[in-house]
Write a protein that binds this ligand. Structure first.
Ligand code: SIN
Length: 288
C-alpha cells in the first residue's frame, strides 16, 4: 500500500497510512517528518513495534531526551533508559511500572520547564482500557491565529514562566520542593508566542497552567490574562480527542501543540511507551 496522508481535523493532526514504521524508506520518513511539521501531530495506526523499533524510528528525528522526572523519578523498561513508560499498572511488588497513574493529565506541553524542551514526543499504545484514557491535542498555531487582537497586544514581547514542580497528573516531581509560587518554582522562561523554526508559523506557547506567570504583570493581572488565554486556546475548535487502538503511534510537535489525557478505570490496564526528541534550539520569540 502506498503512503497516504489525510487531515485529522481542519486545524490539527494528520493520519499517515500505508507505512510500516519498522521498515521505513527515506522518502516515507521525509513525508512523515513534513506532515509532523505542518500538522502538529501525526497518527500512524496498526503498527507492531518492539522497543528497539520505537527507538530506531525516534532516532531518525535526532538525539533523544531522557524521560522526564516524574512522581517516582524516571521510569523506563529494563535496558531502555530512553523510553518512558506511561502506565497505571503495578508490578508484582505493587510498585507502578510507569508514571501518571489512571487520573486525568492536565493540558501541557512536554518538558517546557526546560530551557530547551523536546521538539517532539511520541506515544505508542501497547495495552488499553476498554474506555477512557483518550489523549487530546490542541493546535496552538490555530489558537494563536484566532486570538483576539486585544489579547495578542497584551502578550506581545512577553515571556511566560513554565513550572517544573508538578507533572500533568498533579504529582510533585521526585526531589523537588513543593511550591505554588511561580517565582520560587523551578522551571524556565519562554516567549508567550514562539515561531516554528521550520515552517515559520507562530504559536501560542502556554506550557502548563499551574504556577504559570506572565512577566511584567502583577500576580492578579497575570492570573486574569492566563485565564483568558487558556479559555481561548482550549476551545473545541482547536482540539481533537484521540481514541486509542493498540498499535497506534502518535508523534506530536511540542512547539505547536499541547496535550492532555482523560482519566480511566484504575482497575483496567493502560501501558504506553514514549520517547522524546531533544530540542534543536530554545523556543524562539515571534516578532509580530
Ligand atoms: C503524556 O503526557 O505523555 C501522557 C499522555 C497519555 O497518557 O495519553
Amino acid at each position: 500500500m502506498a503512503l497516504e496522508i489525510t487531515p485529522v481535523t481542519p486545524v490539527v493532526g494528520a493520519q499517515v497510512s500505508g507505512v510500516d514504521l519498522a521498515r521505513l524508506t527515506d522518502a516515507e520518513f521525509a513525508a512523515i517528518r513534513d506532515a509532523w511539521h505542518r500538522s502538529a501531530f501525526v497518527l500512524v495506526r496498526d503498527q507492531k513495534l518492539s522497543d528497539d523499533d520505537l527507538l530506531a524510528f525516534s532516532r531518525r528525528f535526532g538525539e533523544l531526551d531522557p524521560p522526564p522526572n516524574q512522581e517516582r523519578g524516571r521510569i523506563s523498561p529494563p535496558g531502555y533508559p530512553d523510553i518512558y513508560v506511561v502506565s497505571n499498572v503495578l508490578d508484582d511488588k505493587g510498585e507502578p511500572i510507569g508514571a501518571l497513574g489512571a487520573g486525568e493529565a492536565a493540558w501541557h506541553t512536554d518538558m517546557s520547564y526546560l530551557d530547551e524542551p523536546p521538539d517532539a514526543s511520541m506515544l505508542y499504545a501497547l495495552e488499553l482500557p476498554a474506555s477512557g484514557g483518550d489523549t487530546w491535542f490542541c493546535g496552538m498555531q490555530a489558537a494563536y491565529a484566532a486570538l483576539p487582537e486585544e489579547l495578542k497586544a497584551k502578550i506581545r514581547g512577553r515571556r511566560i514562566k513554565h513550572d517544573g514542580t508538578y507533572n500533568s497528573g498533579g504529582y510533585l516531581r521526585q526531589g523537588v520542593d513543593p511550591t505554588d509560587d511561580p517565582h520560587k518554582a523551578p522551571g524556565a522562561w519562554h516567549p508567550a508566542v514562539c515561531v516554528h523554526p521550520v515552517t515559520g508559523v507562530p504559536a501560542l506557547y502556554l506550557g502548563r497552567r499551574r504556577n504559570s506567570y506572565i512577566e511584567g504583570y502583577t500576580p492578579a493581572e497575570s492570573e486574569a490574562l492566563l485565564d483568558a488565554l487558556w479559555a481561548h486556546a482550549i476551545q473545541a475548535r482547536f482540539t481533537h480527542a484521540h481514541r486509542w487502538r493498540i498499535g497506534d503511534l502518535v508523534l506530536w510537535d511540542n512547539r505547536s501543540t499541547m496535550h492532555r489525557r482523560d482519566p480511566f478505570d484504575a482497575t483496567a490496564r493502560r501501558v504506553m511507551h514514549r520517547t522524546q526528541i531533544k530540542g534543536s534550539a530554545r523556543p524562539v520569540a515571534y516578532a509580530a
